[in-house]
Design a protein around this ligand. Structure first.
Ligand code: FMN
Length: 238
């Protein structure tokens, strides 16, 4: 079997350039999605380096495809604070909640609960729970408030943060705009505790604690993805 010269990163198993179909002859791709896709050359190099002259098995590609997609997604994820009026499709919202529920937790305790808020009045109130950096909540379509039972786990901050980060990434994957809104350790205009304000607005009592709220909506702004060439490698010590 020869070297692969063209390789499709689409997920459509019927695409002739999909690795599973390479054996079947590499017919010209009928799927339009190939035309618009820029396939990074390093991807080919990696494939060719590892596989030159060898034979290709789907399992070999599957890992590479997933690895590339995940790092691309991480580079693509940006905080989006402006949203259209459009509702988030239910399927996308479900994916984002799935990601939250899949997040790892200390000792597997899953101390969190997720409050999905779409009521405009409540969103408006939440946007004033702290003095700065929460106004985007008034314009978002859905907010997901993450509370965690601080009696159940002393790692509730970490557990909540990971769930927020997972939702942020899944939102990017789904083409949904998202932004973390910090509440823990923040104050409102009058100096009152933001986290307590959120508890009061949502009727949640201690020992439930909150790190932050994920603001979500269909994006009305675009941001450049991060470049893998500009990462701060000087922060890595080895
Ligand atoms: C712990 C944490 C708290 C944050 N709090 C807020 C916030 O309260 N309001 C806000 O608009 N953005 C907030 N952000 C988003 C950051 O401002 C944003 O991640 C940062 O500027 C980098 O931009 P990027 O997300 O596009 O990479 C927060 C992010 C993190 C991780």
């Amino acid at each position: 079997m020869g070297k692969i010269s063209k390789f499709c990163t689409c997920k459509d198993l019927s695409c002739p350039y999909h690795p599973t179909n390479h054996d079947k002859g590499c017919a010209p791709c009928v799927a339009d999605n190939l035309k618009d896709r820029e396939i990074p050359s390093c991807y080919f190099n990696l494939l060719d380096e590892n596989y030159a002259g060898g034979s290709y098995k789907f399992e070999d590609f599957a890992g590479l495809v997933q690895e590339r997609e995940l790092v691309d997604l991480m580079a693509k994820r940006r905080s989006i604070r402006k949203y259209t009026e459009e509702s988030i499709p239910e399927e996308k919202l479900k994916r984002i909640l799935q990601a939250a529920l899949l997040a790892p937790t200390s000792r597997g305790k899953r101390p969190w609960e997720f409050y999905v808020i779409q009521d405009r009045e409540i969103l408006e109130k939440l946007s004033k729970a702290k003095w700065h950096g929460a106004n985007l909540l008034a314009g978002c379509n859905t907010a997901i408030a993450v509370f965690a039972d601080s009696d159940l786990s002393d790692a509730w901050i970490e557990d909540s943060s990971i769930a927020l980060a997972y939702m942020d990434l899944m939102a990017a994957d789904q083409g949904v705009g998202s932004c973390w809104v910090q509440m823990r350790m923040r104050k409102d205009e009058a100096g009152a505790d933001a986290e307590q304000n959120v508890r009061d607005i949502l009727g949640v009592e201690l020992p439930w604690r909150m790190v932050g709220i994920m603001a979500l909506g269909m994006p009305a702004e675009e941001k450049e993805p991060y470049s893998l060439d500009e990462l701060l490698w000087e922060k890595v010590h080895r």
